[in-house]
Design a protein around this ligand. Structure first.
Ligand SMILES: [Zn+2]
Length: 382
């Protein structure tokens, strides 16, 4: 990669961090159903075949026939579902969903939730953007990369804007879920594998990467805790302040859950590798959310880890979700794999450690060799 972080629009990077990147519903039905008969559903889950998915970013200038060819390529390799980023366009999603379904693929509407670079509506409201501990707004002062433009999860207008976008996608006929990405704060710590590319050292929580100290957040926090985090000697050990931010993200997810279920869709999300890690790096505690399925981005290359770490992280998340009837699909980032054999090992690690599926980032990185490996691995794991 030339840059660590690229925009998803360009499509080359991983989602997460994408930042990183210079850096279902499936099933399960409604939440009420889940709560009423969790054990029954959990048992039924064991009969569901291991599923395969791929993240892709749509390009409105490509025609349906071109997409039909691409979707056929995935389906014939054994892939079951696609997660499409249409840059939050319900129209483009509505156009492509029937094309994918015709090929036998399930469709998820992938949205960049709190990080909204170039959002024409949000840009009209500079106060909607998160503010760093050193007082700079993400509106015009972006951490790490130019496409980091994050909205405040507490301010009523900014959170309603995000939830409105979620609702627009949820209305699209035929999709399985709305799939939240960037549903978190910016990285207070970058993945260790990315630091050298930025020539960065992050031993502590640095003010310029620590958000959201906007007026709305400070005021809402003071109402509950009667103290101002800007007066704290060490915000990194102020648990109420951290928890406030974890809860702000959770509140948006929980509201999104209610919205998408009104349209009989599910809510899913691309999240950090496992809950403690997500909490530590990006203020995201996904094991506490109301959600149907999660797709942790277990991108070993970002963290200088080996293939078996994919199994380790998968197991962490699966264990934390036990009894909650939330499915976990292991997300893998293809560029660091050195061979098809490594990719096969990653799929097996995911399955053996309790994932219900594996999802690849991203479509263009699926070479003919990888597609063949996926097909063969799927057949051998039946
Ligand atoms: Zn704020």
């Amino acid at each position: 990669m030339v840059k660590l972080f690229q925009t998803k629009k360009d499509m080359q990077l991983p989602k997460i961090l994408i930042l990183a990147l210079t850096l279902t519903m499936l099933s399960c039905g409604s939440k009420n159903k889940k709560k009423e008969i969790p054990e029954l559903e959990a048992t039924a889950k064991t009969d569901i075949p291991f599923k395969y998915g791929v993240w892709i970013t749509a390009d409105a200038t490509r025609d349906n026939a071109d997409y039909a060819t691409e979707f056929e390529k995935y389906k014939s390799a054994g892939i079951d579902e696609i997660l499409i980023n249409t840059n939050t366009s319900p129209e483009l999603l509505q156009r492509l969903t029937p094309v994918a379904k015709e090929k036998g693929l399930k469709v998820h509407a992938w949205i960049m939730a709190m990080n909204r670079p170039g959002d024409s509506i949000a840009l009209q409201h500079p106060e909607w953007y998160i503010v760093s501990r050193d007082g700079k707004s993400c509106f015009d002062n972006r951490p790490y990369v130019d496409y980091y433009q994050w909205l405040c999860p507490t301010r009523t207008a900014s959170r309603n804007h995000v939830l409105g976008l979620v609702e627009g996608l949820a209305k699209v006929e035929g999709i399985e879920s709305v799939h939240l990405d960037y549903i978190r704060f910016p990285d207070i710590f970058l993945p260790i594998g990315l630091l050298p590319k930025y020539n960065l050292k992050q031993d502590t929580e640095m003010a310029e990467y620590d958000f959201c100290y906007c007026d709305a957040c400070i005021s809402a926090f003071e109402k509950i805790h009667h103290k101002n985090p800007l007066e704290s000697k060490n915000t990194a050990i102020d648990m109420e302040w951290k928890n406030f931010r974890l809860n702000a993200i959770k509140a948006i997810v929980d509201d999104a859950y209610e919205i998408v279920h009104k349209y009989n869709k599910n809510l899913t999300a691309a999240v950090f590798p496992y809950p403690e890690m997500a909490d530590h790096m990006v203020r995201q505690r996904w094991d506490k959310w109301n959600i149907d399925e999660v797709y942790p981005m277990i991108y070993h290359g970002f963290y200088n880890e080996e293939i078996d770490w994919i199994g380790y992280a998968t197991k962490q998340g699966v264990t934390d979700l036990k009894g909650k009837n939330v499915g976990l699909n292991t997300g893998v980032y293809l560029p660091p794999f050195k061979s098809a054999a490594e990719l096969k090992e990653a799929i097996i690690q995911a399955k053996d450690n309790g994932a219900k599926g594996v999802t690849f980032f991203d479509g263009p990185a699926l070479t003919a060799e990888y597609l063949k490996t996926i097909k063969e691995t799927k057949a051998s794991l039946k």
